[in-house]
Design a protein around this ligand. Structure first.
Ligand SMILES: [Mg+2]
Length: 176
């Protein structure tokens, strides 16, 4: 059975959507996910400037508890578990409060994936699998299997990896 490692933030979970809401509250702006996806680089630079200066909420208790699940993620991951060995791999140890919250989040949305198949780490370069689905280039470029870049506003400029734009595309690629 081939093994797939799947990232959480901005792959299973709509983390950037929640980050945008928090930044909008903090700096009194109205950034939107669609705007960041549109390729308007000046808006994007402005947003990520605010983000880098104001992202301490990532370390606060509760942040990772209430993040919406990505469209079609539950259905497609469920199907993947019937054909692959699926591990959820999250670089979560930077955010100590997130560990329990992420386990709870997985129990809520993906109860068919147990703690035995959830890996929390710092770096991901020791992860051995056939596929890694992740939104961050830093996690994909050291990966020894087939890296799949899951589209997010912060990776639109990356062209070094096969890209999947959504979970329907993952389904087509890995299950058809
Ligand atoms: Mg991620």
């Amino acid at each position: 059975m081939k093994r797939i490692a799947i990232d959480m933030d901005d792959v299973l979970a709509k983390t950037t959507h929640v980050i945008i809401d928090r930044i909008n509250q903090l700096v009194e702006k109205k950034y939107s996910y669609e705007e960041l996806m549109s390729g308007n680089t000046s808006v994007k630079e402005e947003f990520y400037g605010h983000y880098l200066a104001n992202n301490s909420f990532l370390w606060e208790p509760g942040f990772f508890e209430n993040i919406p699940v990505n469209e079609d993620a539950v259905e497609v991951v469920k199907k993947l578990t019937e054909h692959y060995e699926v591990f959820i791999v999250s670089a979560a140890t930077e955010f100590p409060n997130s560990l329990k919250e992420k386990i709870g989040w997985m129990e809520q949305y993906f109860p068919f994936i147990t703690w035995k198949h959830i890996v929390f780490c710092g770096h991901k370069h020791m992860i051995q699998a056939d596929y890694l689905i992740d939104d961050h280039e830093k996690n994909l470029h050291t990966f020894t299997g087939t890296p799949l870049l899951f589209t997010a506003p912060h990776n639109l400029h990356i062209h070094d990896f096969q890209r999947v734009n959504n979970w329907k595309e993952v389904e087509k690629l890995l299950l058809d």
